[in-house]
Write a protein that binds this ligand. Sequence first.
Ligand SMILES: [Zn+2]
Ligand SMILES: [Zn+2]
Length: 239
Amino acid sequence: MSELASAATRVPAARESLDTAWDEDVRVAVYRAFAVHGRPPTAPELADAAHGSLAVAKQALHRLDAARQLVLDECEHVALAHPFAAIPLGFSVMGARTLWWGGCAWDSFAIPHLVPDEPEVLVSTRCPGCGEPSALVVGREGPPSGAQVAHFPVPVARMWDDVRRTCSLQRLFCDESCVDGWAGESGTAKGSVLDLDTLWHLASGWYAGRLDHGYRRREPAEAADYFRGVGLTGAFWDA
Ligand SMILES: [Zn+2]
Ligand SMILES: [Zn+2]
């Protein structure tokens, strides 16, 4: 926020409004780099999106971070552009041509719904409770079968307090007994437990449109409607 304020005071108003015009182009460039290449955008790709200026692109990145459209690390690199990640959070997602860090369980299941050329991916992880490896083929047609469950310890209203930590904790377990064992050992309060069917439905439409110009994040009431539509209700899911 302070960087945003100082940038705004340095830049004349007319110039500033011109610069912010590239924010959406920069956002789309970030998402498309992740979608197509499995990595964040390069400096030339960012500059291209901001009419040739890397400085303008970096200001745009900070505004997008403040608007929760992506998450920057301390070196101004994009760490998260949900559902994509530039950092390991416990999952890999492998398509026929592209390999992604999967973000969290929710994000890993969302990727095949967002990348047109990769309708089916292999989601791999290990159970935080017992260490057992787990691999699932996740596609667009329907949920994978399996006894695994997803566990989300951080309630929706608090997910952005420290979103990197939140994503790192949204994992897949063998079953609910592994969640209970992990929660007890790590001293973490148990949150919401989802079967694979519910996780798939949650992920399938959540990020729809994110690769396109004009994407708008859901307002809290719209998010609550979406969660209710996939059977997720109660205080944990209040946005
Ligand atoms: Zn386990
Ligand atoms: Zn996540």
